[in-house]
Design a protein around this ligand. Structure first.
Ligand SMILES: Cc1ncc(COP(=O)(O)O)c(C=O)c1O
Length: 378
């Protein structure tokens, strides 16, 4: 379908084409020098000591969970209102996901109080997700983690370029995991990045990323090594040079594109005021600087979402839902220690949430058009 206003759009041009062509002409496609440059530039951007590029954020989350030593018998506290990959990564290790409720209809992030209430003697880790690029309450969550001796991992798939108290999201926990999937604020098609300040953890993650091997094809090509040992049960989660080249160009554009997203979000919030309070607008007042990955709204209570989305579609406007909560999925119903009664706010919000179009090239006129369509479709 040709949308008049799609949900998201990428910013690709001549620079991306040239970057890819440059790699193809260099004849070195696997992880090598360009990936090292991309990692260094990303580490500088988020002000982390180490950045480790991987195939996607799901792989990043999996490696972060493996490196944290998770296994059967362990519990991990995380939100249910996130993409299923956040939780799948926990399950790959044999650990049990325990879903904690969100803060409120105004803040769709995991609640520190709900985290605290979910802690048991088996809890090992807290896995937060910064919904739409809006910061979780990291000072409160880190304080809980310290008090109970728990590790913290950040799913920062939405939050590339977001900040809280001047510190980039993804650098608050032991590891931060970023996604460069096609609908994200910067994209390489498929791709992801892990960041950490911990030297030992970084070494472990690098080895796990490539089969547990102590040297890479690139090191051997450069003459730095001629053999290798395998010191852990690793994976092939390497990125390639084509994606890294795209990532370098996209990273250069990120600050400008995130600012455009913020400007459009401000305009949406202004124009949507006339529909309040029947339409809820999460994250209107939120601490920090958001990457504004998503523009969520909450419809009035009642079973009208499908009809609303159909109306929007009939006007050529694409909408989406973020997210069907994970504990509702067939593959999860019997696999979590949390009960629906613990997740009242998640249940309420998930039933009436709709995501409106947001991307850097969205014009002010488009925003007006979408808000008019929202008003008429209610
Ligand atoms: C919150 C969240 N976590 C994890 C992922 C997984 O990212 P990837 O597609 O790069 O594996 C996504 C991607 O859609 C996401 O939105």
């Amino acid at each position: 379908m040709e949308w008049r206003v799609p949900l998201s759009d990428i910013d690709f041009g001549l620079e991306e084409e040239q970057a890819v062509l440059g790699v193809l002409r260099s004849r070195w496609l696997t992880m090598g020098g360009i990936t090292q440059q991309f990692e260094q530039e990303f580490a500088n951007y988020v002000r982390a000591k180490h950045a480790i590029a991987v195939t996607n954020a799901t792989a990043a989350l999996h490696l972060a969970c493996v490196a944290a030593g998770l296994g059967p018998g362990d519990e991990v506290i995380l939100p249910s209102l996130t993409f299923v990959a956040t939780s799948n990564a926990v399950r790959y290790t044999g650990a049990l996901p325990v879903f904690a409720d969100i803060e409120s209809a105004a803040c769709l992030n995991i609640s520190p109080q709900a985290i605290e209430a979910s802690i048991t003697p088996r809890t090992r880790l807290i896995l937060v997700m910064h919904y739409g690029g809006y910061a979780c309450d990291m000072p409160a969550i880190l304080a809980i983690a310290r008090q109970h001796g728990l590790a913290v991992i950040e799913d920062a798939a939405h939050a590339v370029g977001s900040q809280l108290e001047g510190r980039m999201l993804g650098t608050w926990g032991a590891t931060g995991c970023f996604s460069f999937f096609s609908n994200k604020n910067m994209t390489t098609g498929e791709g992801g990045m892990l960041v950490t300040d911990d030297d030992e953890l970084a070494g472990k993650l690098r080895i796990l990323r490539s089969h547990g091997m102590t040297s890479l094809t690139w090191d051997r090509h450069k003459g730095h090594a001629w053999s290798y040992d395998v010191v852990d049960l690793g994976y092939n989660y390497r990125i390639d040079e084509i994606r890294s080249a795209l990532g370098r160009v996209q990273l250069n554009k990120l600050a400008r594109n995130n600012q455009l997203r913020r400007d459009r979000t401000t305009l949406y919030h202004e124009l949507l005021q006339e529909l309040c309070p029947s339409v809820g607008i999460p994250f209107q007042e939120h601490p920090g600087v958001s990457a504004c990955h998503l523009l969520p709204i909450l419809l009035p209570e009642g079973d009208r979402r499908e009809a609303f989305m159909e109306q929007m579609k009939s006007r050529g406007i694409q909408t989406s839902i973020h997210y069907p909560p994970i504990h509702h999925f067939s593959a999860y119903r019997e696999l979590t220690a949390s009960s629906t009664s613990d997740l009242k706010l998640t249940e309420n919000v998930a039933a009436r949430q709709v995501t409106l179009p947001l991307y850097p090239a969205l014009s002010a006129n488009d925003v007006t058009l979408v808000v008019e369509a929202v008003r008429d479709s209610l």
